[in-house]
Ligand binder design. Structure first.
Ligand code: NIG
Ligand code: FE
Length: 381
């Protein structure tokens, strides 16, 4: 074959997105994975990398991030850590800063966050708009997002902007704003929450997005036990994100649906809130993903390893479940089968850890364990 091949040999532990294999090897050919199997049967390749007994995992799939913004909310975080509680209203601070920033500044900042993510093993990232909240500011946010990822999400319904009538705003979001944004977006999302959008508004906006050819996902049940999860399941959304406050009916609905529960422990960490109960969801048969929710207000981390460690320590997940949720789970939350797993035919998104096992991601929290990253067969870190 003409495409250059790379063999990673001497892998002590290969986690393929689902299970672990010892003494393994992997071959990338061009952009895809061509072969995985026992080290003893490894074929020849153009280039050979000796893993030296270390661990290999799929690149992380960060299925929830808000990277197009300007400004800083250090003061708000500091106030929270002195006892104030988080509200959706803080979003408006970032909206004001984002509107006054130039395109180049927004693009540079978003690209820097994507690079930060790549250095920590993320090879697929979803990027939302939602800090513009005017037709043009949402459109340009998504235009910037499309230069960084295929997984772009229209979140004009993040919060009703200051001094705006909610009904008028919903009309704009479902009309002119959606028309301007749809060409740049794959997904439509709504922050369904007290202080943001209610049940009727959420359903109306998601249905308008679906009509425009976008696929639904929902910010659901983050701060209160609202209708978000129910609507997500009703509309066959790929994912209901946050899922912090769930009724038994919500858990049952998720379990019998194709909707992934995406848990965002960085948000509970940074808002000092109770964590979602991943154990309850997994035991009920719900597919769970973990993502960073990287944003300047509620979760300013770009680190999937950090979120994996939090999920294990604070959400009742085993290390295996957490790493699975951060790879295969994220892929399922984006309805993708070509990423989040290491098997022939998948994209060659491969992370070599400076550790003998994926367990170290939780066992050695805060330690930079990512040694080498390939995305589509190309070294990115
Ligand atoms: O996912 N929940 C809504 N959106 C973000 C928070 C955004 C902000 O506070 O700026 C989130 O946590
Ligand atoms: Fe979010």
């Amino acid at each position: 074959m003409s495409e250059r091949s790379i063999l990673i040999d001497g892998i002590g532990s290969l986690f393929d997105g689902d299970t672990e294999h010892h003494d393994a090897a992997l071959v990338m050919q061009g952009e895809t994975i061509a072969w995985t199997g026992p080290s003893s049967q490894a074929p020849d390749a153009d280039e050979r990398v000796d893993a030296g007994g270390r661990c290999v995992i799929p690149g992380f799939v960060d299925s929830h991030a808000h990277l197009v913004f300007a400004g800083d909310r250090t003061a708000e975080f500091n106030a929270r850590m002195s006892g104030q509680s988080y509200t959706a209203g803080g979003i408006r601070t970032t909206v004001a800063a984002t509107r006054t920033a130039g395109d180049a500044e927004l693009a540079t900042r978003a690209a820097a966050l994507v690079a930060e993510m790549a250095a920590q093993g993320t090879t697929t990232v979803e990027i939302k708009s939602g800090y513009g909240l005017t037709v043009e500011d949402e459109r340009r946010s998504l235009e910037i997002a499309t230069s960084l990822t295929d997984e772009t999400t229209f979140l004009g319904a993040h919060v009703v902007p200051a001094d705006t009538d909610p009904d008028t705003y919903v009309r704009t979001v479902t009309g002119e704003m959606l028309r301007a944004c749809a060409p740049y977006a794959k997904w439509v999302d709504v922050f369904c929450e007290r202080g943001a959008f209610d049940e009727d508004q959420t359903r109306e906006i998601l249905q308008a997005g679906i009509k425009a050819g976008l696929l639904p996902r929902v910010h659901a049940n983050q701060l209160t036990e609202g209708p978000g999860v129910r609507i997500a399941v009703e509309l066959d959304a790929a994912s209901a994100d946050h899922c912090t406050h769930l009724s038994d009916a919500d858990v049952d609905a998720l379990a019998s649906s194709g909707t992934v529960a995406t848990l965002l422990p960085g948000a509970e960490f940074s808002t000092r809130s109770p964590y979602p109960d991943a154990r309850r969801l997994i035991d009920a048969g719900v597919t769970v993903a973990i993502a960073t929710d990287c944003n300047p207000g509620s979760s300013f981390t770009s680190s999937m390893p950090f979120c994996v460690a939090l999920a294990v320590r604070e959400m009742g997940m085993t290390p295996l479940e957490a790493v699975r949720a951060a790879t295969r789970g994220g892929a399922r939350a984006l309805r993708r089968d070509d990423v989040g797993r290491l098997a022939p035919g998948a994209r060659a998104d491969v992370v070599l850890l400076d550790a003998p096992s994926y367990v170290h991601l939780a066992y050695r929290p805060g330690v930079p364990l990512v040694h080498t990253v390939w995305r589509g067969g190309e070294r990115t870190a």
